[in-house]
Design a protein around this ligand. Sequence first.
Ligand SMILES: *Cc1c(COP(=O)(O)O)cnc(C)c1O
Length: 432
Amino acid sequence: MNTNKSEQLFEKAKNLFPGGVNSPVRAFGSVGGKPRFITKGKGSRVWDADGNEYIDFCASWGPLILGHANEKVENAIIAAVKEGTSFGAPTVQENELADLILSNHSYVERIRFVSSGTEAVMSAIRLARGYTGRDKLIKFEGCYHGHVDSLLVKAGSGLVTFGNSSSAGVPKSFVDETIVIALNDIEAVKDAFVMFKDEIAAIIIEPIPANNGLLLQDGKFLRALREICSDENALLIFDEVISGFRVGFEGATGLYDIKPDIITLGKIIGGGMPVGAFASSEKIMNSIAPLGPVYQAGTLSGNPVAMAAGKAAVEQLLEPGFYAELERKTKNLVSSVIEHIEHKEYKVKMFSIGSVYWIAFTERPSIRTSSEIDPESMNIYRKFYHSLLNNGFYIGPSGYEVGFVSAAHSDEEIAEAARIINLSLDVALNPG
Ligand SMILES: *Cc1c(COP(=O)(O)O)cnc(C)c1O
């Protein structure tokens, strides 16, 4: 595969952006090699600057559940742009997307749009703190919530701990408000509420943690979190930026039928444009400005072009059988790969839920916590990754990233993808 143009563009980019990128994982640091500059996407495929073609399972990190340049989304964006791109005043497009979501999502009553998942989470935790009058948060090791200061925190030692910042530039005083607990450890959550009685504003969790491998949780654990929050008058925040509209229209909330107090959304909700949102009950959302004391605002919030894209995307998700079809294709992909893994007796697992999958080089039957991921396995992942890429299969460049099946993947492409995964497993696991 010729990648000269991508390499030249990356050299140029390194003189423009730190590390040549505007979001760190894009730099290929964890798999090695040089990133591909993508110039075009259509349906399930992307093309790079050298004209190489890939079947895409990155889907822009999840938003493109309909594939690239979906015709209805594209037409909606063009029609909106022609009327002007931003007004800083209320628009009909905001009403339409909100109405579409709220009338088909039985767990929330009010929504507010922002421009990214990070902004949604940041606003949700301020809302939780303002509503409860408490400062502390519980988060789980292995869940990602964007680059919000007080959530860039990793576990320290001990079961119930204040974390250590996972980024320079986060004040210690912020970190001290965040309690970090291992996933699936309900006893530690209970201990935290004993130690910090009436101080904890909220528990935030990705109900389907999908940013650090795919750490599928037991529904019992999620239900226990709901009960504890209700008993302790703390709020439960489901960060559904990745799982929302992905595992069903009502996301993980609907899948597990657990009602969180606040849901954060992003990725799919913008149809490929920058949109995030947080949603809750009327009562809790009444705390937000201008009705209540919790300040939150945005110059480009509810941007009409982004809203039009979101509406055109989200309404297609309501078509009968949409999710069943996505799941059918994902199951085909997963079962073809698992069959190969079992036949070859590889120490590899493929986990999946809805249309999300993750391949782990492990002997464990399940992986529920981040500490169960073997960092050494990432060395094998590198070889696997480069074989995928060179055979025309694109996915986020890290062994901790999940893959996304989209409605644009045909059955033939799913079969081809399984063939490439299987041959790449052979390459990665059979040295020489
Ligand atoms: C992607 C993601 C975010 C951050 O969203 P950005 O749009 O990248 O700021 C937050 N939470 C979860 C669960 C995510 O997957």
